[in-house]
Design a binder for this molecule. Sequence first.
Ligand SMILES: [Zn+2]
Ligand SMILES: [Zn+2]
Length: 352
Amino acid sequence: MSEQKAHDTMRAAVLVGPNQIEMREVAVPPMGPGLIEIAVKACGVCGSDVHMWNNGKGGLAADMSDFIMGHEFAGEVTNPGDSDFQVGDRVVFWANLYCGKCDMCRAGQEQLCRYVNGEKYIGFVTDGALAERYVGKAMNAYKLPDNVSYIAAGLIDPLMVAYHAVKQSSLKLHGTALVVGTGPIGYLMGHLLKKAGASYVALSYVSEKRLPFARSTGDFDAYFDGNDLDRAKLMYEATDGGFDVVFEAVGSADTIATALDAVKPGGEIVAVGNPPGPIPIDINRIVLRDVRLIGSVSCTRVEFTETIALIAAGTIDTEKYATDVMSLDQLQHAFERLTSDTDPALKVVIQP
Ligand SMILES: [Zn+2]
Ligand SMILES: [Zn+2]
């Protein structure tokens, strides 16, 4: 392992308080056994980053002030440490800090790792990659095929969530599907659902700011206004009785209610959105209609590698979903845009 100079520093975007990013010169984290160092080339900004930006601290309940976010990232290996990587290798990181030892990990269900418990991800419980350099576990890094750009790799994280959700579902060839939510994961699911053989894919929205992008993809056959008091009737009529599968990608009481309005008896709701706390659900609308409600979080380790392969194979062009590519210095502005009521930015990818 090469020696780390004690005074190596890097520029980093530090979350110093609510809605406040400060650019700072900080120490490059030290190398150690099992670690590699990369020069960060792309890092996507996620809805959960917006949540931390609003809170002014990292993803744990404990005080995590002066925090570096960033969990959707790729870069070039600058120090391979004791790993098999070489300097110059292009890699993407999987943010899931799975233990590799528990029963879930041994069963190939690393997204359910007992240690991770739905929350132990890079950029949530450890500093992330919204900085010039990142040092982390080599076991979380995967080589990028040459035809997958760094910007495309900045979308691998939301794509893996979309991919796992579609694979979790019982969608069959010619089935009907509704996506509830107008974020990147919702749109990526829309594309994958068509690729998976759905005959009719619709989108439910509450804000119109990102609808032009959705229309530009051509992935959706119909659009339903979630604010419309007649939404249940309109969706029922359009599908001749309800959708086979509904993907809920927001995580609010009203969007869950939309999913319940949309699903047909005996149909399925895949819950992908994370509400910040408990939300009410009219459980009888599930019980009395044999509706299956299933959760979907992250993806398995194998699915993560398949997500990379999906892009390499041209099944989906994630780069086009990166509506805005910005520099690290513009991160504060990126958050302001993503939280604006009118800005159509869908996905910001930061290039340090
Ligand atoms: Zn994310
Ligand atoms: Zn585990």
